[in-house]
Design a protein around this ligand. Structure first.
Ligand code: GUN
Length: 292
């Protein structure tokens, strides 16, 4: 049987957080000398989606734990676009708020892109605004989406920093994972294939992957016979079924073939939260014009 290494996302996420904490410490001493400001992350939640509530609370709690000021702004499902926009505009001009995140999905009657683009791009710690997406795709410095950033850190830990030339297959084309993941890996020199539910020969495409990244949210969708021997398999999917969490990857069959595999939970999830903290402190350094 192939010896598959199960990747401990919590371990690498903790390393990222340590880096963030030291960056917070440094910036706090620099800015406290000149002004009475705090460093902060604002999270906006609209509606009562159970998973979103958990994610938002986790993000705000982690931010507080490591030394940010963190507030959650909660709106009912019936909130209007104008109410959310007014809240974002206040946060845009608040010097104590360095990062703003609007939890997705938003209710149907809200124009998601309009809301995202109301966030000042320098505070857009999700990296979803049109401006930040443009910067990423033109290979300029930007705030990059947290989950793909976390996946890249894991890939570097697993495969080393040179992943140029590797064949990467990405399942899913969401604004949160699939699209920015493809951009990031193209910039890194990978040969990238993006698959979605309309794609032909999904299984055969997956079998060509040195790096397989799945973010479709279909429990145990990917089986062992879809995997190239020794491949690095990153499972971004997470779905609760009867109180148990499942990833996109059928863990037991895939681990027999893959070289590396991220578990669910405890793989990519913790990296997303750590990268949000990293983006918030990066945004703050930029806003204070302090060298990173
Ligand atoms: N919903 C699921 N993942 C995310 C994320 O990374 N950011 C935001 N804003 N919403 C999400």
């Amino acid at each position: 049987m192939q010896n598959c290494e199960i990747i401990d996302g919590k371990l690498y996420a903790a390393e990222v957080l340590e880096r963030v904490k030291s960056k917070i410490g440094h910036l706090s001493t620099v800015i406290c000398k000149t002004q009475r400001a705090t460093l902060g992350l604002a999270v906006i939640l609209v509606g009562t989606d159970a998973a979103s509530q958990i994610y938002v609370n986790n993000k705000a709690k982690k931010a507080k734990e490591i030394g940010f000021n963190s507030e959650v702004y909660k709106f009912p499902q019936t909130a209007t676009e104008q109410e959310i926009i007014e809240c974002i505009e206040r946060l845009n001009s608040d010097p104590n708020v360095n990062g703003i995140l609007v939890q997705l999905p938003l209710p149907q009657h809200i124009n998601t892109q309009k809301i995202i683009d109301t966030v000042n791009y320098e505070k857009d710690v999700d990296g979803f605004s049109t401006y930040n997406v443009g910067l990423l795709n033109s290979w300029q410095d930007s705030l990059e989406p947290c989950t793909p950033q976390g996946v890249l850190i894991l890939l570097h830990e697993i495969l080393g920093t040179n992943i140029s030339g590797k064949k990467a297959v990405i399942l899913g084309r969401s604004r949160i994972v699939g699209r920015p993941m493809a951009s990031i890996l193209i910039r890194k020199g990978c040969s990238v294939t993006s698959l979605n539910s309309n794609s032909y020969n999904i299984k055969d495409e997956c079998r060509t992957a040195d790096i397989l990244i799945s973010a479709v949210g279909s429990p145990s969708f990917i089986k062992g016979d879809w995997i190239k021997k020794g491949a690095c398999v990153i499972d971004v999917g997470i779905v609760k079924v009867n109180d148990k969490l499942y990833g996109d990857v059928d863990f037991e069959s895939v681990r027999k073939v893959a070289g590396f595999l991220t578990p669910v939970p405890g793989g990519v999830g913790p990296m997303t939260v750590s990268c949000l903290m990293l983006n918030t402190i990066k945004a703050a350094y930029k806003q204070y014009d302090i060298k990173w």
